[in-house]
Design a protein around this ligand. Sequence first.
Ligand code: NDP
Length: 333
Amino acid sequence: KVRWAIVGASQIARSWVAKAIQSVPDAELVAVVSRSADRGRAFADDLGIPVSATSLKSLLAETAIDAVYVSTNNDRHRDDTLEAAAAGLHVLCEKPLGLTLYDAVEMARTCDRAGVVLATNHHMRGAATHRAIRDLVLTGQIGRPLAARVMYCEYLPKELQTWRTKDKTQGGVIYDLTVHNVDVLRFVLADEPVEVMSMKASSLIGENGVEDQVQSIVNFASGLIAYMHEGQVFAHHETALEIHGTEGSIYGRGILDEAPSGRVYVRRGTEMTEIPVEPANLYATTIARFNAAVLHGDRPAATGWDGVASLATALAVRRSAQEGVRVSVPRFE
Ligand code: NDP
C-alpha cells in the first residue's frame, strides 16, 4: 500500500482528493499537515483521517508515510515538494507546479535525482471523456488533426475569490486554468505547443490587475493551430473541447470540470454520433495511476515534466498578453 499524507488543508483536498485517496484500494490516507492545528484537526475529523500535524517534519518523526499530496497555495508548492523529496517521499503536486519555470524545473530535477515520483495534478487526464478523445485522435478516427479549441470558462464561486483573484504573485486565471487547458491539449493531441499569442483582461472579479480571462492562439509542433480560452467570470458558458481533422471533428461538451461530466461526439459531414463514455472519478483515476507509478514504476497520469511543460506555455501566454508579442515556448526534457 502507498501511505499518503495531504499537505495543506485546502478546499480541493476536502472536496475531492481526500475521498479519492480513501477510495483507491492500494492507497491509505494516514495524515494531514496544516499550519493551523485547529483547522488540521477539524479536517482530519471530518474526513476520517487518523493523524494531523502542523509540519511535515513533526509528522515524519512519528508516522511512516510514502507519498504526499501537495495541496497548498501556489506559492508553497516548490518548498513543500522539495522538503518531501528530501525526506524520500513521492509527490503528487497541485498545479501550477511552481510560480516560475526555474522553480518547476528544479522540482522535477530534484525529484528525479532523489528517485521519487513527481506527478502534477492535471486531473483532466483522469476524465473518461478526455481519454476517449485522445483514443479517437491517436487511432486516426478524425484523420490528421488540423485545429483545436478548448474553452475552460466558468464562474469562480464567491468563496474561492480570495488569493486567486487578489494576489498578483500567485493568483489569476493563467495559473488557475491556462495550465490545465495547455495540458488538456498536450494530452489529447500528443503534440507540443511551440508558440503563443494571447490577450488577457481583468473583466469582473480580478483585483489589483489580476487577470480573470485570457484568450490565446497556440501553434503546435505538428503545425496544428489551437484556440484556448480560460475564464473565471462566465456563469452561463458551457466548457468545450473540439478537435477538427481531415476526416472528422470531435466535439466535447461540458467536459472540463472537477466532477465526471459531459458528452463526446464525432461529426462527419453533417452526421453527429455520440461516443459512449463510462464516467469515472477524475481524482481517483489520478491517484490510482500515481500509486501504480510508486508501486510498479508505471508512468503517472501527468508527470512533473508535464507540469513543467504546461507551466512553460502558461508563462508564455502571460508574457505574450503583457507585451503584445508572439512568444516561443521553451522545451524541457
Ligand atoms: P485553499 O485556498 O482552499 O487552500 C490553500 C491553503 O490555504 C491550504 O493548503 C491551507 O493551508 C490554507 N487554508 C485553507 N483554508 C483556510 C482558511 N479558511 N483560512 C486560512 N488558510 C486556509 O486552496 P484551493 O483548494 O483552492 O487550492 C489549493 C491548490 O490546489 C492550489 O494550488 C490550486 O491551484 C490547486 N487546485 C487544483 C485543482 C485541480 O482540480 N487540480 C482544483 C482546485 C485547486 P494550511 O492548511 O497549511 O494552512
